[in-house]
Write a protein that binds this ligand. Structure first.
Ligand SMILES: Cc1cc2nc3c(=O)[nH]c(=O)nc-3n(C[C@H](O)[C@H](O)[C@H](O)COP(=O)(O)OP(=O)(O)OC[C@H]3O[C@@H](n4cnc5c(N)ncnc54)[C@H](O)[C@@H]3O)c2cc1C
Length: 466
């Protein structure tokens, strides 16, 4: 770590990694500080014995291929592969889909008996949506317009998005429409080789492009002098910088890293309304070497709840689970099978436990999950040789996100995230925020947008040094 950089990036989630890479490619000296011992933020993995568990590689839209090619390189884009078999199983319907517009049109028409005219009009409306549209209509109102009294259709259209980013029916329809529309364009995709390969490649690219990157480097404070960003305190050491990009939690960035005293009261009043998204629980299951899993689908959206209900999806008593099944094809040359069950959750349901109670609650979570999974893999207990659970406490610990939020803030957070530099010149935020900018694609693209803003700021005559 040198004493001074042009730019310090705090956090190596996909937003931070991408912003750091773009800024280094633009010729700036960049320090990337990650508090965890590993890069990736939520887009991470861990090893246990022979098993590698991907935390957040259930799938992303095809747009990742273009973003990876443009901002990281062709060798990344060439690894994008389709997740072909997505299964829904709930009390209202059971279906297999490739999760794209064509296949959804087929199911909506044949299984749900919706007229083609309505389906086409709905998809046309989604296609035309953009950030500058009317933000007052909610997803509930959008669905009422197109599919009144059809809770089964609402579930098909909404449940995967709620799993993916925690959004509810009462949030702006554009935040749903833009994310869902991205998936509908060509389905769901993954990264050949897994998250470990992708992060190793990214670390190497950052090194080649001259980013100084440290793990176990925690930023305690963003320094502000004469109303502008002047650097950051990293592991207790002051490092000078003309601009700082925080990939950490938006609320922590403002209140803890910068401090309320540097913001206008009107900004803080509005900012108080910004809500965090929910957190997650996961159960990781490793299959014994030599054992095989039949093809039960790549991604299974399962629920025993009678109807779509975003409150029930986050409840401590789990009724809805998404299973990601990783077959050896994701890591060619291996015979590894793993299953990751993901549930949405709230930190409040987990934080009050003592250590002993917490261990026992995690054990219950694993047992419940194995019981539920027996519906799809009857011999799971015989073929599984490793289980582990993560809870909102785990996510809070490893990412420092307030409340262990998995998907940043709700929609309102986006305007505040984008406006930080108007309050404190040189201060930027990137990463999961406002639903639209969450997920692998949203976070990465937001990293690029913010890098462009930082570049404009750094080119301002007052900061130009030579
Ligand atoms: C269980 C789960 C499953 C998911 N599945 C998918 C999926 O299938 N597809 C998809 O597209 N998205 C998925 N997501 C969401 C996606 O992973 C995230 O939206 C995205 O990775 C977030 O990137 P980010 O840029 O916001 O950074 P984050 O991942 O939030 O990372 C922020 C980084 O900043 C670091 N940091 C914070 N504060 C400091 C500090 N003070 N000093 C130094 N470092 C700091 C943290 O340690 C962390 O590494 C999933 C998320 C979860 C939780």
């Amino acid at each position: 770590m040198k004493d001074k950089y042009d730019i310090v990036v705090i956090g190596s989630g996909l937003g931070g990694l991408t912003a750091a890479n773009r800024l280094a490619c633009a010729g700036y000296s960049v320090f990337l500080a990650e508090q965890h011992f590993q890069l990736g933020g939520l887009a991470t993995y861990f090893r246990r014995g022979q098993h590698i568990f991907d935390v957040a590689l259930h799938g992303f839209p095809i747009g990742m291929k273009k973003s990876l090619r443009k901002y990281w390189g062709k060798e990344y884009a060439d690894r994008i592969i389709q997740v072909k078999r997505i299964v829904f199983d709930n009390p209202q319907f059971h279906l297999d889909t490739t999760f794209d517009m064509q296949d959804f049109t087929r199911h909506l028409r044949d299984l749900f008996q919706v007229s083609e005219k309505t389906i086409d009009a709905f998809f046309a409306e989604l296609k035309a949506m953009n950030y500058y549209d009317d933000k007052n209509e909610t997803t509930r109102e959008l669905f009422e317009r197109f599919f009144p009294d059809r809770p089964d259709v609402w579930r098909l259209l909404m449940e995967p998005i709620t799993y993916a980013n925690g959004s509810t029916l009462d949030e702006p329809a554009i935040s749903y429409g833009i994310v869902f529309g991205n998936f509908m364009s060509q389905g769901v995709y993954s990264f050949l080789g897994g998250t470990d390969v992708m992060l190793d490649m990214m670390a190497e690219t950052l090194r080649e492009n001259g980013v100084d990157c440290e793990t176990r480097a925690r930023v305690d404070k963003i320094l502000v002098e004469n109303g502008r960003v002047a650097g950051a305190v990293i592991n207790g050491r002051e490092i000078g910088a003309n601009a700082v990009v925080s990939n950490g939690n938006l609320l922590s960035t403002v209140h803890d890293l910068v401090g309320d005293e540097h913001f206008q009261p009107e900004f803080l009043d509005g900012f108080a309304e910004v809500k965090l998204s929910n957190s997650s629980c996961q159960v990781y299951m490793g299959i014994k070497p030599g054992e095989k899993l039949d093809d039960i689908g790549d991604l299974l959206f399962t629920s025993t709840h009678p109807e779509f209900d975003s409150t029930a999806i986050c409840a401590k008593k789990v009724t809805s689970r998404t299973y990601s099944v990783y077959y050896p094809a994701i890591r060619p040359g291996t015979d590894q099978y793993t299953i990751v069950a993901s549930m949405n959750g709230w930190l409040a349901d987990w934080e009050h436990y003592s250590e002993a109670e917490y261990r026992s609650a995690k054990k219950d979570l694993i047992e419940d999950t194995l019981n539920a999974l027996e519906t799809y893999v009857p011999n799971i207990r015989q073929i599984c040789d490793y289980t582990e659970a993560a809870t909102p406490r785990t996510f809070a610990r490893y990412t420092l996100h307030r409340e262990g939020a998995s998907f940043g803030t709700k929609f309102k957070g986006l305007d505040y995230s984008m406006d930080l530099a108007k309050q404190v010149p040189g201060l930027y935020h990137t990463g999961s925020v406002g639903i639209i900018m969450s997920g692998w694609l949203g976070s990465m693209n937001y990293g690029v947008m913010v890098a462009n803003d930082v570049d404009r700021y750094m080119c301002a005559p007052t900061l130009r040094t030579g």
